[in-house]
Ligand binder design. Structure first.
Ligand code: ATP
Ligand code: MG
Length: 804
């Protein structure tokens, strides 16, 4: 070999550095630290997730080449010349790159775990764009779906079939209600939700029903919870079902019980990476710990300041103790923020510095100061929503996209106001969480039907659909049948299939047989294969007459609900396209069960996104609105007097602020109607904690008073006012402001009178031509080509259009 080994090693390093030249030095150090435990601890927006993605790319491309002094025999002089050319700006052939690697890791031996499906999807996308086809083979998923995958394969060791059902929180609640009824625990003394909360916490701690019971001691209440936990768990097992927490707990149990299964997965995953490690709970910790124990190649990234799931059992200790738990762990800290402007970052740093329980770090950015943080005091929640809507429309007319904007709130219930306001103003938007598509009654009904077809042992879902639409099968009959089932050791479905054999329910045998016979047909069809899930769904929908049922049930809501049922069909079809030959009903139901609404959020769609701060973790947006920054809302009422909990809320405030790249707008309202009562809250302490020089303050009322305009806009310099809640005598004039904020009186044309070809005028979008007019429920959906803003879909009643 003409090149000296040292020279080759140096060139190899340079090539690798060039390949990851977008990273800064510290980030690159993390990327090239491949062996042994590694903790990347760093503030928001410092590129932790980016490091994780690049680290995987390095593992798959080069393995541990950077640290290794081993040189491949296959490396030719020509290869080295190629590398030199690459360093001077040429291309590096893949084959040469491959020969530089040292025990490169096959992609299927890498596992990357994040918290939301959305984040997992994004991770996959980024991996595929860096690694091409290989990216698809990496296990990049959430804790829950990794565990579900493991249990589908090996759950039989714990007595589950590979078709087990995953119960979501609504299913769990139904089951808990039944369990409590059976145990004669009154819902008044103990709410099912509270019991489930306690069970969930126990599961986060890997506490079994038996352990819980012995830990309950003489505490009457805990003893009741223990009994409920035990029966709840038994019923789940009887139905071949697991709740969300069980997915993790059972995987850990499986690993503990079957060393050979654990070993299989330990060998399978040579490298494990966990994003947002600060939010792992004990069960998740144990899962990772067991998996990584053999290879010891565990890399976790996180930020102690962003730990926001304590209420779900996440322990910040997992990150604090990492160095002790994993001996010899390397720790890398990142300090440069690449996301936000200096003003936004300073605001975040200032707020979080009020927490005492933290490792402490400061972020800096090379981006300029940027705009000041806007803090606006609205008159009430309606005014707040109205102003945000206006800001968005102004921004869009000045060249921004709708998708540049995010509205992040503390509680789901805060979304309603925006939903209504945006519909009215024709602002495209999507709500993530809250009234989830899958929470709608009609969607749940149809999912339940499909679940029973997939798994007739699923008693909860069977009960949901057995008399929907009405078939004259009473609750009493179903209860009796369930009791019989428990006595004879048969599932509810089996009992109703042979109802005539059981005297207590034989009177209803005809109806039961008709229902079970029909379901059996679908079960058989599904098992026989040959029908696509969407085809089966279509037949089922037809057969049970569900659409007619919706029409009769509540005619005024029928159209929307029928649309939802149809949307489910489109989802099935989309699923089939994606899954290809592997498409199956159980595959679809699994996706649905693991679906949190974050998946609905599509980067490409141009719409404003609304979600809770919790779901925004890890995401970023050019402009972020933070409504409802008031004492009693954020921080919430229940934590006001608990310093530890206020610290958790403050971390949430830090997460919220650091989602913004360019602009941050915080709102409070002088008065707010929430949960049916109106209250006047002080400005949130978190807003007060932002240094005055970073903030530009304004108020709705005063501005209106000074200029006398009827519809104030945000711009115009605002009026700075120290403290933000100083009561101005002028604002107390009764009735004064409420008149100002009434919308301009517009007499819109009635919905039904619009036709294609009409010329219309919209307050914000200007003039346009109606392209289509489709009557829907009590309204008409119009597709209008506006001269200025292009084609939009609007509901006539909301849009308040004038006909020209
Ligand atoms: P969070 O704490 O919110 O999860 P994070 O630390 O994971 O944030 P990333 O989401 O990885 O941060 O990165 C934030 C932004 O900075 C992204 O837009 C990313 O593309 C960009 N970024 C990261 N590292 C660099 C870099 N070295 N050069 C330029 N941009 C970078
Ligand atoms: Mg991240």
């Amino acid at each position: 070999m003409a090149f000296l080994k040292e020279e080759i090693l140096k060139i190899r390093k340079q090539v690798m550095e060039k390949d990851f030249s977008r990273m800064n030095d510290r980030q690159r150090q993390a990327v090239f630290t491949t062996e042994g435990p590694l903790l990347v601890l760093a503030g928001a927006g410092s590129g932790k997730t980016t490091v994780l993605v690049n680290r995987i790319a390095n593992l798959v491309r080069y393995g541990k080449a950077y640290e290794s002094s081993f040189v491949q025999d296959t490396l030719t002089d020509e290869d080295v010349e190629c590398c030199k050319a690459f360093l001077l700006g040429g291309e590096l052939p893949d084959l040469v790159r491959a020969r530089l690697s040292v025990s490169a890791c096959p992609p299927w031996k890498v596992m990357a775990i994040t918290f939301t499906n959305k984040a997992a999807g994004e991770l996959k996308e980024r991996l595929c764009s860096m690694l091409g086809e290989d990216g698809n083979d990496i296990w990049a998923s959430t804790f829950h779906s990794s565990c579900a995958r493991i249990l589908r394969r090996d759950g039989d060791r714990l007595g589950y079939t590979s078709h087990f059902t995953i119960y979501d929180s609504d299913d769990s609640k139904r089951l808990m209600k039944e369990v409590m009824r059976e145990l004669d625990i009154s819902e008044k003394s103990l709410s099912p939700k509270a019991v489930l909360g306690e069970i969930s916490r126990a599961k986060d701690e890997l506490t079994s029903p038996e352990e819980f019971e012995s830990g309950a001691g003489d505490d009457f209440r805990l003893k009741l919870v223990a009994r409920a936990y035990r029966l709840y768990q038994r019923r789940l097992e009887d139905s071949d079902a697991m709740d969300f927490d069980d997915l993790i707990v059972n995987t850990v149990r499986l690993f503990q019980k079957c060393p050979e299964v654990l070993e299989y997965y330990q060998d399978r995953f040579r490298y494990i990476m966990v994003d947002e490690y600060q939010d792992t709970n004990h069960a998740q910790y144990e899962f990772v710990n067991l998996l990584a124990r053999k290879s010891n190649n565990l890399c976790v990234v996180g930020d102690d300041d962003q730990s926001i799931y304590k209420f779900r059992g996440a322990t910040i200790e997992n990150i604090m103790n990492f160095e002790q738990d994993f001996r010899g762990a390397a720790v890398i800290r990142l300090e440069q923020n690449y996301r936000s402007t200096q003003n936004i970052l300073d605001a975040a740093n200032a707020v979080i510095s009020n927490n005492t329980e933290r490792k402490g770090k400061n972020l800096w950015t090379a981006a300029g100061a940027g705009e000041q943080v806007k803090l606006h005091t609205a008159e009430n929640e309606q005014d707040e929503a109205d102003r945000i809507a206006r800001m968005i429309l102004e921004g869009v007319s000045a060249g921004r996209k709708f998708s540049d904007y995010a509205i992040l709130y503390r509680m789901n219930s805060q979304s309603v106001m925006f939903e209504r306001m945006f519909a009215k103003q024709g602002i495209p938007h999507r709500i993530i969480g809250g009234t989830r598509f899958f929470d709608r009654k009609e969607v749940r009904d149809m999912i339940s039907y499909l679940s029973v077809v997939n798994n007739p042992g699923d008693e909860i879902r069977l009960r949901r659909v057995i008399n929907t639409p009405k078939r004259g099968i009473g609750d009493r009959t179903v209860d009796t049948a369930a009791q019989i089932g428990q006595q004879v050791g048969e599932s509810l479905f089996e009992v109703i299939s042979h109802a005539s054999e059981y005297p207590p329910i034989s009177r209803a045998a005809g109806k039961l047989a008709q229902f079970s016979g029909m379901m059996q047909e679908f079960i058989d069809k599904n098992e026989a294969g040959g029908l696509l899930p969407s085809e089966l769904y279509g037949e089922l929908l037809e057969r049970i007459g569900y659409v007619e049922f919706l029409r009769e049930d509540e005619p005024e809501k029928a159209e929307d609900r029928i649309e939802n049922v149809q949307e489910l069909s489109s989802m099935l079809q989309r699923y089939e396209q994606e899954a290809g030959e592997e498409a199956s009903l159980s595959g679809f139901l699994e996706e649905v069960a693991l679906f949190t609404d974050i998946d609905n959020y599509d980067h490409d769609a141009d719409s404003v996104v609304l979600m809770t701060i919790h779901s925004a973790k890890g995401l970023e947006f050019p402009v972020v609105f933070l409504p409802g920054w008031e004492e009693g809302i954020f921080p919430g009422m229940s934590v006001l007097y608990n310093p530890a909990e206020v610290e958790e809320e403050r971390r949430l405030a830090y997460v919220a602020i650091t989602r913004a790249r360019e602009e941050l707008l915080i709102y409070n309202a002088e008065s707010r109607m929430i949960f049916g009562t109106t209250s006047r809250n002080k400005l949130s302490r978190f807003a007060e904690e932002i240094p005055e020089e970073l903030v530009e303050r304004s108020r709705s009322r005063e501005y209106a008073y000074r200029t006398g305009v009827t519809m104030p806009t945000f711009t115009g310099g605002g009026v700075a006012q120290a403290g933000g809640q100083g009561q101005d005598a002028r604002t107390k004039q009764g009735g004064f402001s409420s008149q100002i904020y009434k919308p301009n009186p517009v007499k819109p044309a009635p919905a039904g009178t619009f036709r294609a070809g009409d010329s219309v005028e919209h307050k914000t979008f200007g003039t346009g031509l109606v392209l289509t007019a489709t009557p829907m429920a009590n309204d008409t959906l119009l597709e209008i080509a506006f001269e200025k803003v292009g084609t939009k879909k609007l509901f006539a009643n909301f849009a308040r259009l004038n006909k020209l």
